[in-house]
Design a protein around this ligand. Structure first.
Ligand code: DX5
Length: 227
């Protein structure tokens, strides 16, 4: 049995002056977890959330937080993002010369460890760390900004990661997440390729019928395709 479909927002498009209300609205809309896109202005050309900002939103919802660390030095800041209330930290394989140690350290700190792959990074980069993670993130855009176009050529890569997870006997414990350009016209392709956790930013916030409609619609499209 594979893991269930999960719909999770990126809060990049949210109103940062009302983050507490925004995360409460996301919970009310039925999201399964909330992803914080942490960017350091070096690994990606954008700068976003420090741990204190995430900590300020923590008490406004009971939904799990995960930090997508698009940063050059995840080891140095892992403890702060866990203390801020993130139960999962996603590090980029490209930013971790000692990826096996970094993931092990996150687990030792008491959080779930996860690894992300940029579009050009081969799946082989994670072949020897699957036992250390509870999620693999296949980026379907080049990281740094919301609102970018989905890269459909990532679908064979999603399927390759799915096959790797299944072959390792980890289908019940490791999620496969995709992030970037996920919306009504792209979510089925990603889910049918094997993704079960789908991150959406723009598609949630631009739905004219509101967040709850967007979450429900994306979930039903993904469940239909993933089956
Ligand atoms: C890229 C970001 C975005 C964001 C989702 O660095 O990680 O992918 O989460 O953005 P949308 O859903 O607007 O493409």
């Amino acid at each position: 049995m594979s893991r269930p479909i999960q719909i999770a927002p990126s809060v990049l498009p949210a109103d940062f002056s009302r983050l507490g209300e925004e995360v409460a609205a996301l919970e009310a809309a039925g999201v399964d977890l909330i992803q914080w896109d942490v960017m350091d202005g070096q690994f990606v050309p954008n700068l976003t959330f420090g741990p204190d900002i995430i900590a300020s939103a923590r008490s406004h919802t009971s939904v799990p937080f995960e930090a997508h660390l698009m940063v050059n030095a995840p080891d140095a800041m892992a403890e702060q993002y866990i203390a801020a209330g993130c139960s999962r930290l996603i590090v980029h394989a490209e930013a971790c010369p000692h990826l096996h140690r970094t993931l092990g350290n996150i687990n030792e700190l008491g959080a779930n460890a996860a690894v992300a792959l940029n579009p050009a990074t081969p799946v082989s980069a994670i072949a020897h760390v699957l036992n250390l993670v509870d999620l693999v993130l296949v980026m379907t855009v080049n990281p740094g900004f919301g609102g970018q176009a989905y890269i459909p050529t990532m679908e064979p890569k999603i399927a390759e990661v799915r096959a790797m997870i299944d072959a390792a006997g980890l289908s019940d414990t490791v999620d496969l997440e995709v992030d970037g350009g996920i919306g009504p016209s792209t979510i089925a392709g990603a889910a049918s390729a094997g993704a079960n956790v789908l991150i959406a930013g723009s598609a949630l916030y631009r739905d004219p019928e509101g967040l709850e409609h967007a979450v429900t619609d994306l979930r039903s499209r993904a469940e239909e395709a993933f089956a």
